[in-house]
Write a protein that binds this ligand. Sequence first.
Ligand code: FAD
Length: 469
Amino acid sequence: THSNIAAACQALSHLDLDTNPNVLRQKSRDFFWYSPVLKARLDEVCGDFVVSPRNEAEVIEVLRTCYAHDVAVTVRGAGTGNYGQAMPLAGGCVMHMQNMAQIKEISTGRVVVEPGCLLKDIDLACREESGQELRMISSTWSTATIGGYIAGGSGGIGSVHWGSLRDFGNILRIRVITMEKEPRVMDITGADMARVSHAYGTNGIITEIEMPLAPAYEWCDVFLAFDTFEDAMACADDVAHEDGILLKLASVFEAPTAHAYFKRVQPYVSAGTHLVGLMVAPQSMDGFLAFLEANAPSARLIYRSDQSDWARSPGHVFEYSWNHTTLRALKVDPSITYLQIRFAGDEKRAQVETMRRKFEGEVITHLEVTREHGRPIFTGLSMVKFTSEARLDEIVAAHEEIGAMIFNPHRYTLEEGGRQSTDERQLKFKAEADPKGLLNPGKMISWHDPDWTYDEMYSFPDMQQRRSS
Ligand code: FAD
């Protein structure tokens, strides 16, 4: 089948539609360039038109029209995803959710929103109206949409207490529209959630989301300095095991991260300082200080946001965490890229130490403590000084050899960025919801090539480059 872009554009011309080449190029990109591997492959990817529906009826109209004309549709929230998730590999329609940003209902423990709403705006509204906030947020809180977070994110600030987005109960309901001759509206809850959450918009367009809420606090931001990495890692892990201390964030940054990349922290640390960043509930601060005295005597409390004497505020501690660590490092050293690693079980600290020693000077360890089935584990977002793709693959392989799991951020497919296996639930749902395979093509390998073995990087054969007209 051949897509008829001109006919689709014509049929949708009464909507908020844009074909300006500069707008097209900008709305066809995300933070893929964090990866030199993806930068080399996706730089010229470009859609044919951008449409921004104002409501669910317009979403349905766009999908019905694009289905009729065989035009691919790739949804875009704010485009802060890191793996080309929102990039239209096969060209076609970029559906931008910016006009659907309403907060519909706030009640005890729940909020109902439209997908284009920013995480920040949800939190501010929930706090003001009900003293509540989202359980977890991405470090891109101020720029990312809730729809993009559900469809492309994994967890973040809050995951030390609440686990990840994929855990039961962390998303309450998603309303999706299918890509069929006559699109259907489906409300997905409970066990079915795994069919559409974290699917990069490959099997339905999300038009409404219901999320669970937690009490909002004036979280106290804390930085602790350590002379040894072991002490820093142990402190973050141990405090996350304290059931009586409420945390929203526990991050570990190996030296020289704080001194080399965190400008506003630099005057208070040395090149050899290992840093721990925390968000502690204000009522937990006394218990936290008692914990430090008893269990982490080598920790130096260099910053607490409620009693700071720093000349310049460092801003939110969470904007040093998760992928913001990489962002800050990249601004100083453009050769830096990163890996995402799961270190879990009784061996997790030993595994981190083994990798740290093996790649000293080349990989800088960065850990986020996250809860998994009630137990704190480490989500590693180690920074790597990039030299070549072959060397990056060697570092990945070394982690896998010792039993650490890699979620490769240098791949644009769901499978390679995940557990390198077919997700049968998502694949089955795509067959139902997107029979022509028009939603975000190229992102689900099992749809295009069910026998793929993952021995090498998948390369989508229908990649659409920017037209040079
Ligand atoms: P986009 O990038 O626009 O989209 C993400 C994916 O969702 C795409 O595949 C898109 O097609 C799909 N999508 C968007 N809207 C819809 C919809 N309505 N229906 C169906 N599919 C849809 N991620 C984390 O999980 N935690 C972090 O702490 C974190 N920190 C980050 C820090 C930095 C500096 C950067 C650059 C990225 C970070 N990320 C993190 C990744 C990313 O920012 C988050 O996943 C973010 O929530 C994505 O939101 P977005 O609106 O930008 O989505």
